[in-house]
Write a protein that binds this ligand. Sequence first.
Ligand SMILES: Nc1ncnc2c1ncn2[C@@H]1O[C@H](COP(=O)(O)OP(=O)(O)OP(=O)(O)O)[C@@H](O)[C@H]1O
Length: 347
Amino acid sequence: MIELENVSKIYGSGDAAVHALSGVDLHIPQGRIHGVIGLSGAGKSTLIRCVNLLERPSSGRVTVNGQEMTRLSGPALNRARHRIGMIFQHFNLLTTRTVFANVALPLELMGYKRGVIKERVAPLLKLVGLDDKAGQFPAQLSGGQKQRVAIARALASEPAVLLCDEATSALDPQTTGSILELLRKINRDLGITILLITHEMEVVKSICHRVSLISDGQLVEDAEVGDFFTSPNTRLGRDFLNDFLQLEPPRELVTRLEEAPGEQRHPVVRLTFSGDAVSTPLISRLARECGVDVSILQAKVESIQQRTLGLMIAELMGTPAQTEQAMRYLESHELKVEVLGHVRRDD
Ligand SMILES: Nc1ncnc2c1ncn2[C@@H]1O[C@H](COP(=O)(O)OP(=O)(O)OP(=O)(O)O)[C@@H](O)[C@H]1O
């Protein structure tokens, strides 16, 4: 449905050249919601704009709806773009047009007659919950309502694919939730494939089936959302996850953490666990089987797409041999164990 093969994009040339995308491969089957997440400047906007050729890749191949976009130009490219809707962070509505006229615009440009346009726009406004706002102007709408207009406009040409460029980044959390719910409904009921870019893990967690992580123009991870949230493969992925879960050791403890282990020190660990491990009483078993006491400093359980993810920061109290055995024991039960540092035993 959406296929990027070895796509690169270089802005400028010579010393000023910026390699915004390098050798990106991405395959998104029909009917999926795929998120691309990355830090600012990683290449997210460039990637999504290469899908409908708002940016033409410097090399590589882009295929959407079975059509090789990178071979098209002029009217053929315009026709192919009608099957690809797009929404933006700042909505990009025409301020002098009413809600109805904004949604009608792509149909007017495609040469549809007024009667047909009316027939098409009315159900779209109903779908996005704005059938009572047809005569209003963008300035009279809230941010969430403006994005709903933009979604209706993007759907007017009956696209098979919807591209969302940071579509909720300008919205408050509650409005974000309602826009994500609308996108989920569009995907489910209309079967539209959605590619979205975001810097917010909450967006990925809420609606994406699969996620890619982009860093310096390269895709460094590509995983089902449940897998990404339970065991990211890269340092950057773990940073995104820890940031999202906000499970850091208490500040007071961080100042006392030392890197080196030793006879007089206890390890402080971050434990990540999912599946059966969440409901197994592993902590009490550590005491019984390894002679290690566990002081829980922070803990939380998250539910991510039918999977439960547990996180804990804990101090393991025992001799170095006992705490080492405890960590091996936890790992043998599929827990991920990260040693954050060591604190002095007599602290
Ligand atoms: N038109 C352009 N000309 C030159 N460089 C550009 C252009 N557009 C983007 N870049 C550069 O390409 C790199 C990737 O930019 P891009 O906007 O794709 O990243 P992003 O992940 O979307 O960032 P943000 O989240 O801040 O929007 C950055 O180094 C950026 O400065």
